[in-house]
Design a protein around this ligand. Structure first.
Ligand SMILES: NC(=O)c1ccc[n+]([C@@H]2O[C@H](COP(=O)([O-])OP(=O)(O)OC[C@H]3O[C@@H](n4cnc5c(N)ncnc54)[C@H](OP(=O)(O)O)[C@@H]3O)[C@@H](O)[C@H]2O)c1
Length: 251
């Protein structure tokens, strides 16, 4: 079994997940890219990584389909990762879900389906994934990093179910850090608005209003968030914290 460390990144074929995948590959990690629907996009990213890092081992980067809303898929994702890669050193548990709602309307925020799906992906998938990966992370003394959001820290966001479930995720990660220490570290990153596909659902006016509210008068650079993920993966003294990367939005 090769000793080269392995990153498993969920929702890793686009947006923040892909930025983290690119950074870890550049830093010598083998990488498993999880995706849900778009196998071509995941395959393109794998090809890009092989070229960008002059990788001679064709199996250094692989993609695995799994729907994070389905517990069996999450467990299969970990089993397949271990069977292909032999180890897991870092997990970026990056899946998130929302239905954009009118945040001034209680009526628009009471759909039971929305709350169930938000809880499944924004909260439950993160504990299922840690549970499935625990043995491998125990062996590697690894790092588990979840992606939350500033929506979990302030009274706004794309929907009430999203804000509340991201807050739950931040809270849960602290408790998980106690549960799985001392061998595994658990931390969270909370980005502000990132100009990924996700943000295409905001209007230009909404995006500009967000930018104007930041102290730095800028959108968050996705690579700055990826850098924080790498720092959390490396820091042997950091656990149970939530790192906010929001250009000063929630000050
Ligand atoms: N964008 C923002 O402004 C922002 C701000 C704060 C926090 N966040 C959080 O950051 C994380 C990443 O967001 P992003 O903006 O990078 O999102 P994104 O660009 O929309 O992410 C797309 C990725 O998610 C995968 N995906 C979608 N549904 C999935 C599912 N059910 N199971 C597995 N993979 C799934 C996609 O795979 P397929 O293409 O194959 O479906 C793709 O790899 C989320 O947790 C989000 O809540 C985002």
């Amino acid at each position: 079994m090769t000793e080269t460390p392995v990153l498993l990144a969920t929702a890793g074929s686009a947006g923040l997940g892909a930025a983290v995948v690119r950074l870890f590959a550049k830093n010598g990690y083998r990488v498993v890219v999880n995706y849900a629907h778009n196998s071509e996009r995941a395959a393109e990213l794998i090809k890009e990584l092989l070229v960008a890092t002059n990788q001679v081992d064709d199996n250094a980067y692989i993609s695995i389909q799994a729907d994070l809303a389905i517990k069996n898929d999450v467990e299969r994702l970990v089993k397949e990762t271990i069977s292909y890669m032999g180890r897991i050193d870092v997990v970026l548990s990056n899946g998130g879900w929302t239905r954009f709602t009118n945040m001034k309307s209680l009526d628009d925020n009471v759909s039971e389906d929305d709350w169930d799906r938000a809880f499944a992906i924004n909260v439950k998938s993160h504990i299922w994934l840690l549970h499935a990966a625990k043995e491998a992370l125990d062996i590697s003394r690894g790092a588990y990093i979840t992606t939350a959001s500033i929506a979990g820290l302030s009274s706004n966001g794309s929907s009430l179910a999203y804000s509340v479930t991201k807050a739950a995720q931040i809270h849960m990660a602290k408790q998980l850090a106690r549960m799985v220490g001392p061998r595994i570290r658990v931390n969270t990153v909370s980005p502000g608005l990132l100009l990924t596909e996700w943000a295409e659902r905001f209007t230009d006016d909404q995006k500009e209003a967000h930018r104007q509210k930041t102290a730095l008068k800028r959108f968050v650079n996705i690579d700055d968030v990826a850098d924080q993920v790498l720092t959390l993966a490396k820091s042997s003294s950091t656990t149970g914290i939530n790192v906010v990367v929001d250009a000063g939005y929630i000050l």
